[in-house]
Unconditional design. Sequence first.
Lengths: 47, 355
Amino acid sequence: MNRGQRRRHEIVWLILAPLLVAILVTALAYRPDAPAAPREAIFGEGR
Amino acid sequence: MSARYVAVQWNRRKVAYDLVVVAAVLLYTQVFQLVGRRVFPEGAEVNSQILAMRAWGSCAYLMLTAILAIGPLARLDRRFLPILYNRRHLGVIFFLVALWHARQVLGFYHAYGPISELASLFTYDAAFTPSSMPFQLFGAAALAWFAVMAATSHDFWQRVMGARAWKTLHMGIYAAWALVVAHVAFGALQRDSVPVWTGGVALSVVVVAGLHLLAARRSRRPDRTPAPERTDGDDAWLDAAALEDLEDGRPLTVVPPRGERLLLLREGDRVTALGAVCAHQGGPLDEGRVIDGCLTCPWHGWQYRGADGHSPPPYEERIPTHRVVVREGRVLVDPRPCALDRPAEPCRTTGEETR
């Protein structure tokens, strides 16, 4: 890798790491209380 | 490394590698479904089709995690370099596994309505709230990116696009990975409270991100301590190293104050200075080693002669050479590269000091 690629690589991960942690924490924090089956979540009940 | 392009260059090791990967994929997905049927008996909420989807989906996730971890592991510890070999084949097989997972999802959740499967995927009513995100679209977007990467993985496309554009395109794997994590987090993790899934995904994020940050920090560290400059008449030289610090056949990194890294290579009584960026994908030649008399890139095995920076025939790649002198036990390097077709003469360490 050249000098610019090394710098960009570090910057990308300094942004990506907290972003991924935020995605995970958000998804788990907003987990529905009564999870629906995936098919019902998409089509609604009775379909 | 190839002098001309063929669709895929096979050899015994590549065939064996691919067969092992395919066998591991089949074994994993079958074992997953066998165990799943015991945990979720027929008639439960999770039926055999959903189990198959999860088997192939989780297999693709594990493969992607491994693919992303291989690079920084090899940078942090040379013992991992052999598993870097053939990583592109692993990437293409991963894409096919992910594609099969997507095919199963479309066939199960989107095949029974009046509109086409793809139209159903992109138009189903999902609100953008933290507890109801369109997680399937995240997966679809990531899969589209992986399709582009798989289609352009051959060196032919790198030559057509240019190394920099090709590398930038393939760096998009990190964004695609973020989409996959969102796909899994807002999909499987929100709908199923299975601690193993949650812990596994969280661990994969910490490991992959942590390894990349560690490797990035370590690879940038030498940039902060460039070699000091010395002037000799009108010429400026880099005071690169003590001659006694050069080990035979083992490149030594030289960081100039400006420009790209160089390397010093001692082969017997001959010392040469070469550019440290591989002509193939910008791999770190200063982390390579001498194999069959040629400096070999640790990433994909591209080779260069130490004497002139040329790849051995029939290959035609070249890396720049730099003038070297030895003065009072110190190795001095001219930071300006010589023209590719007029490589610098190697410096002999025996007898009179030469330039």
